[in-house]
Design a protein around this ligand. Sequence first.
Ligand SMILES: [Zn+2]
Length: 280
Amino acid sequence: MDLSDFTGYVGVDIGGQSVRVGTLRDGELVVRDFATPSEYAPAAEQIVALARELAGGTPRGLGIGSPGPLDWRTGHLLWTPNIPWKDVHYPRLGDTLGCPVHVDNDANVAGLAEATLGAGRGHQIVSGFTLGTGIGFFTIMGGHIYHGRLDVEGGHQLIDPNGPRCGCGARGCLEAFASASAIEARTGKKPSEIDDPEFWKEIGRYLAWGITNINVLVCPDVVVLAGGMIQRGPMLFTPLLEYVQQFNCVLPPPTVKVAELGHQAGIYGAIVLARQGHGT
Ligand SMILES: [Zn+2]
């Protein structure tokens, strides 16, 4: 994809610590940021000012990646665990700026970036997991986010009905076995503090079950793994890839790749969303 296609489009990456506003200028990412205020109104004012500055006038479109739960069709954020904003209507930014606004949850937006500009570029169907505090999931089809009826939640696929209780209320979700918070609850240690190869072999096995389920249900060209846990490198990926080969029987295993855009995925994805609009 030619990065010059994105000139004039502005992305916004909303996080618990900071709000990042960015654009691509001659193919180069230009980002401004500010600390996330406790109220939405001052954040909206800064987003509008920075969007105008970065676009050199009225943006051609604004894309927003936000923590959820939110309604991506209306851009309405009801509430979110790590920011004290309530009842936010992001599309009103477009009334002020005079441009279209597209909003989606942060995992989908980061996935959109990896699928179009990162590890999944050049492929038609890209699924992936973000391995962090929770386990986010995305599927990008033909450069657009796939939502299903509401949104897909591959981190909450059932791995073992007798497994540990998940934050969602069910038992035995993938997230209840292999997320950073589940690992910490089980071992008392952060994933970065665990160096036992047998432990990572077990986590690799859970994730390989998750990838195998996605392969038979979605059959993507590529599965991208993102998030903080990918920093464990070969200790996690060597057993994981062996299990992926072993578990996939009915279909050939998908290609598994590590995310390439790191912490910039959110802002790149918001810029891509600004231009491409919503998926289905
Ligand atoms: Zn769950």
